[in-house]
Design a protein around this ligand. Structure first.
Ligand SMILES: [Fe+2]
Length: 471
């Protein structure tokens, strides 16, 4: 039975009188269930979602009364959850919880420093919700240790047999479970996850580096299909506490071709488009993703938190893209740029998304875009008749910052400006109290509604918490 990770609370819905939650728990054996979870209303029995390599993935479905800080207990530990969503509100945003290479072997104290910091902040003033904006794990190394995927994404066997592919999928499923188990059991993360309901949308590293920007031929390869299938199952299990059966209830596309979702709180709509499931070289979202997004964008609450796993507003990258394309040794970075809304290949789709954002604004809601991905903290604005649309970038919570020179180069590019919609220029700006556009420190974001007024503050590893930015 020993519990190896969890409970990890996943936000389901806010009903008239209760907050509905799912709690994910992992055990070292699927044979014996974890202890029951207990609320004031009684005991809740776990449900087995999956057995992987003999280990158990379990879910508790339960509810807590709205208002105040009710508690539940699990395995002898009591956890309090802030369920007073109506007035002042505190929402955390994090991204990039890991690194591409050797993440599981990092020094624990170093790796989870910002999680512990966030946990302290939560103890001082509780978060009501935590949004995970992508790269919840870095799965890049799950392809190691199996003959079919050892050299991923290069030198793949052309036509592997079904049996070998099944064996690979089994290997990948175990690899994903191990990665989530160790990441979720980390100091700081574990207590936060047990007390603050989460909403998570994936990005590339939850699958593999650059997923969707690696070329159509590779994406169609049977090894890639198995990798995506294992990653998708892992996203459902560990980031949504769900299985395929739950897809119609949880996502905007009932068929699950796109895993975008919308969840509402009083005065807030969280809209999280899935920028990975349907991504290809020439598109970011496909028909299912766009249809879901159009539905989600109808009649939102007065504040829209638009979680875009890659930044919706950013500097002009087309020059950099052309430059990299021209220099053979730089071509390997091209898929990183192809991943961006600002890539030349995605310009029309980017304009479509920005137009839609402006329409939501015109309808009377304020949109705030939240993104991770670049391992730097920054912000940007898009001119709109109702005032600026803010883009807040917080990345990463565990991924270390790139060299300061990279931040400087991006800052230089940012001075060129960008206006995919000519009447609505995009401007990159420093965080409050900072002199340069990009801050190269680990970080997370705190969004606060106080007396109906919204602001944002970044917690920076070395420089501390920034002054509040009115949004
Ligand atoms: Fe990342």
């Amino acid at each position: 039975m020993p519990v190896t990770a969890g409970p990890v609370l996943i936000f389901r819905a806010l009903d008239d009188s209760v907050l509905r939650l799912a709690a994910l728990v992992l055990t070292d054996s699927a044979e014996s269930p974890p202890p029951e979870l207990e609320t004031e209303a009684g005991r809740v029995a776990p449900r087995l979602l999956a057995e992987i390599g003999g280990e158990g993935v379990w879910r508790f479905d339960f509810a807590l009364p709205r208002g105040g800080r009710p508690s539940y207990s699990f395995d002898g530990v009591s956890h309090r959850v802030a369920t007073d969503f109506d007035g002042d509100l505190r929402i955390g945003f994090v991204s990039c919880n890991g690194e591409e290479h050797g993440d599981l072997d990092r020094d624990e104290a170093e790796r989870n420093a910002m999680w512990r910091h966030m946990r302290e902040a939560h103890l001082q003033s509780p978060f009501h919700l935590i949004l995970h904006g992508g790269d919840q794990v870095y799965a890049d190394e799950v392809t190691r240790g199996h003959a079919l995927s050892e050299s991923w994404p290069e030198d793949l066997e052309e036509a592997p047999g079904a049996e070998a592919l099944d064996d690979l999928e089994d290997h990948l499923r175990r690899g994903f479970l191990e990665r989530y188990r160790l990441t979720y059991a980390g100091a700081g993360f574990a207590r936060m996850a047990a007390e603050v309901p989460a909403l998570m949308i994936w990005d590339d590293h939850d699958i593999c580096d650059g997923w969707g920007s690696l070329g159509e031929e590779l994406a169609a390869h049977p090894i890639a299909r198995r990798l995506f299938r294992a990653a998708r199952e892992a996203f459902l299990l560990y980031q949504q506490a769900a299985t395929e059966d739950d897809v119609p209830a949880l996502f905007l596309d009932p068929k699950g071709r796109s895993l975008s979702f919308r969840r509402d709180l009083p005065g807030v709509s969280v809209i999280a488009p899935d920028l990975r499931s349907e991504r290809g070289m020439e598109r970011i979202m496909g028909p299912a993703g766009w249809q879901g997004f159009e539905t989600a964008a109808e009649a939102p609450e007065e504040r829209v938190l638009l979680v875009s796993s890659v930044p919706l507003l950013g500097p002009r990258l087309s020059i950099l893209e052309r430059l990299m394309n021209a220099i053979p040794t730089m071509q390997k970075y091209e898929d990183d740029l192809r991943d961006q809304w600002q890539s030349r290949a995605h310009r029309a789709e980017w304009q479509r998304m920005l137009r839609r954002v402006l329409e939501i604004e015109a309808g009377g809601s304020d949109v705030t875009a939240l993104s991770g991905e670049i391992h730097l903290a920054t912000r940007a604005t898009l001119d709109s008749p109702r005032g600026p649309v803010h883009q807040l970038v917080a990345s990463g919570i565990a991924h270390r910052a790139p060299p300061k020179a990279w931040a400087w180069m991006l800052g230089t590019l940012a001075r060129l400006g960008e206006a995919p919609l000519p009447e609505h220029p995009i401007r990159i700006a420093p965080l409050p109290g900072r002199g340069t556009n990009y801050t190269a420190e680990r970080n997370y974001l705190m969004l606060e509604r106080e007396g109906g007024v919204w602001s944002a503050r970044w917690a920076l590893e070395e420089s501390g918490v920034t002054p509040a930015l009115p949004i």
